[in-house]
Design a protein around this ligand. Sequence first.
Ligand code: PLP
Length: 355
Amino acid sequence: AAPAGGHRFSAAAGPLPPDVVDEVAEACRSWRGGGSVLSLPFISEAFRELQHETQARLRRLLGLPPGYQVLFMQGGASAQFALVPLNLLGLDGAAAHLDTGHWSRRAAAEAARHARVVTLRHDALDEPAPPRETSPVAYLHLTSNETADGWQWPRLPTSPWPLVVDMSSDLLTRAIDCTGLGLLYASAQKALGVPGLTLVIVRDDLLGRARPSLPGVMNYTALAAADSRLNTPPVFAIFVAHAMLGWIERQGGVPAMARTAARRSHAVYQALDTSGGFYRPQVGPAWRSSVHPCFGLAERALTPRFLEQARAAGLFDLQGHPDVGGLRVSLYNGTPEAAVSALLSFLQEFQRTHG
Ligand code: PLP
């Protein structure tokens, strides 16, 4: 039976493990022998320490080499769709964007409001040299995991340009090779806890190119110089990220997270693939997301009933992204094992009664 409140599979927010919830709840009353973390002043030494520990945990977990700034911003990944070109392209640069699905298209559309954007199909990277008309570009943007489509780069591609990666939905679920990485950004609410914090990791040599009119709090170079405390940062969201990163370290770090994601997504895809066509995975094996298996029902008219019966079984938010439709499972680091087992049983049971 599902716990009170059931299991949530929403793509919009990752569940927090019970240990992290306990740590946060305790800190809301009193933290490190002082007052509540909810009113921790950002100018305090205690916050400075918390921020530096959070940055150090991220560097360790990601295996980040020297030469990168770890910035804490606000506005979500969506703000970065605009802030990346505004920071990296100066007044007249151009960017290449790889089109792999919903979120990469959203990123390209927003970037195109601010700069010249060249859109590439993802197989364009197999070409040895960039096509003439796309040159010169300052960076290549990609979305490592297409949250809405269930499509994921199995590994980051090699590129003649620095890679700019939206890693909002698979950050810390797998190892990344930082060779060629120019910039990485991610909203916090999937891998790092709660909304309000946006992580930006930027290579030092890409700083100093912002458009002069860019507000200081959105300027990577200004933020790096002020150690991400140019104005009040999202203190509570940073605290939750600190707790979540501590939990990931205690579980064995990114290798442990990657093993879990691979095992769980494999189990879900296997259930879909062996359903005799009752369930229809939406992505072919080579490009399947280990975080967001997306699928449909052969008999599409059954979809509302699937969702209704899932809810009755305590399994919530299995509907696909509104622009894509179908069904979607989100397997974030904090998703409990019990949720995945309950889902696998439900898939079998629903097929048994409707197949
Ligand atoms: N990029 C990806 C890959 C996402 O999955 C999302 C949200 O689901 C976003 C960007 C947008 O994030 P936010 O709503 O925090 O701006």
